[in-house]
Design a protein around this ligand. Sequence first.
Ligand code: FAD
Ligand code: DLZ
Ligand code: SF4
Length: 508
Amino acid sequence: MKSLRLILADQLTHDISSLKDIDVGQDIVLMCEVANETGYVRHHKKKIAFLFSAMRHFAEELRARGINVHYTKFDDRDNAGSFTKEIERALSRENFGRIVTTFPGEYRVLEEMKTWATRFDVDVEIRGDDRFLATPEEFKNWAEGRKQLRMEYFYRDMRQSYSILMNGNQPEGGKWNYDAENRKPPKDGLNIPQTYSAEPDAITCEVLALVADKFNAHFGDLEPFHFAVTRDQALVALHQFIDQRLCFFGDYQDAMIEGEPWMYHAHISFYLNCGLLTPLECAKAAEHAYHSGEAPLNAVEGFIRQIIGWREYVRGIYWLKMPSYASENFFKADRRLPDFYWSGEATMNCLRQCISETKQNAYAHHIQRLMVLGNFALIAGIDPKEVNEWFLIVYADAYEWVELPNVSGMILFADGGYFASKPYAAGGSYINKMSNYCESCRYKVKEKNGPDACPFNYLYWDFLARNRDKLSQNHRIGMMYKTYDRMSEDKKLAISNDSKTFFEGLEN
Ligand code: FAD
Ligand code: DLZ
Ligand code: SF4
């Protein structure tokens, strides 16, 4: 039976389920750059360029395998503009007995795929995405009956199921988690290695010109562009991380230094999420580095936990909780996203640094996203819809399955505590401890109130005071109300007035 096999931009994996039984002689692979996907949110220029270039390279690799690929470029005159219309166009060109595809990364796209069988009167096979370690059904079974989910227990199951960093049925080194040895503040004189950087080839240059022309109004800097766009390049990027940075990954996982966007992180999320790398091979590469003595256990375990723990866990939550998860708003937060998230012109240095690096690189590391950009959005009470849209737009690794649980669940506590046991709210002292941002900030991190005080300091207490009914019973943050209640009435008034003045300034 002749099959039409659809490959999406985040499905660039040669042995993906939709290609497994391909009949090279007669099947057609359809890949398309479509306005519906570039425009449902206005993605960062670099993200569009990365995906288009990686798609075009992948199509060339499929052709080199003898596979017949129908590839629609963004500026092709007959580009129909959406997955559905491109499928319709392909079906009008020739007869296919079925459409084969792999389970997509977004609920929205799955709903679209589900319409095709009736709409086109053709068999549609949506195959599971076996690049992930846990299927949505397995996660559902694991989650069933648990009132609150905790990543740590899920992660241990993954370690055992895939026998990663295990010594028989015991965790390597005797402990499951070595975080107590991780997360050191940055120190002077760190010699941070360069991140992977590829020279754009002819395909990438053509894409860069297209993106400059068609997406000029989108957020972010298009150039310099140095992402890997093929699997071979992504493998080099992975091994460069393993060889040069993994050994300090744990130590400096939470550290932030002005002008050092990459630190000791891996910078592989873009490649993992679009399929150029697979999670299991990344975890195994790190495990190998431990066994060969190239990296210590605290770093290796911490890195593996991010990939087979957190990454799988957020995907599980996404499919378990959609579609209602997208409209959760526990705190009923309704403030508009401040303009400086787009312009980068924030008066607070930490925000300015993280936003301008995001603009340049379509990347910020986890603690910048969580404790600076996310923490501010949480304590300032910004509408989850606006925060989610921003995070989905600005990062080259962002797809809804991973972005939404991190934003609504991890940073905004919008699900009321299903994902995380407490909101990650913090005052300025955490940022001061883990970064050097405060040294060149116009605000003073040690001051708690007044025009020069670090806004995180009073906004933190104002957030707690505003949400007392929702948080005072929380077993991890509830005790902070005892501290608040011990404050003098003058102090409480100062917190409230400073916050009010700050918010008025935002609105103006
Ligand atoms: P490293 O720090 O080197 O970690 C290694 C890998 O672990 C990452 O590549 C990633 O695949 C995985 N990982 C680590 N933490 C997480 C996590 N919380 N969720 C999922 N995977 C994780 N990650 C995305 O891939 N896409 C997103 O859209 C995204 N949005 C986020 C939004 C917020 C508010 C927060 C707090 C985190 C978000 N993350 C997202 C998770 C994490 O910040 C990024 O995966 C990480 O910064 C990517 O950089 P890296 O490859 O250098 O990661
Ligand atoms: C994010 C994205 C963008 C910007 N453009 C395309 C595209 O033109 N063609 C495509 O196949 N996929 C694109 N994507 C990724 C899709 O939005 C992605 O497949 C969904 O997020 C579902 O996983
Ligand atoms: Fe950020 Fe406050 Fe430090 Fe300024 S003083 S960089 S606002 S934490």
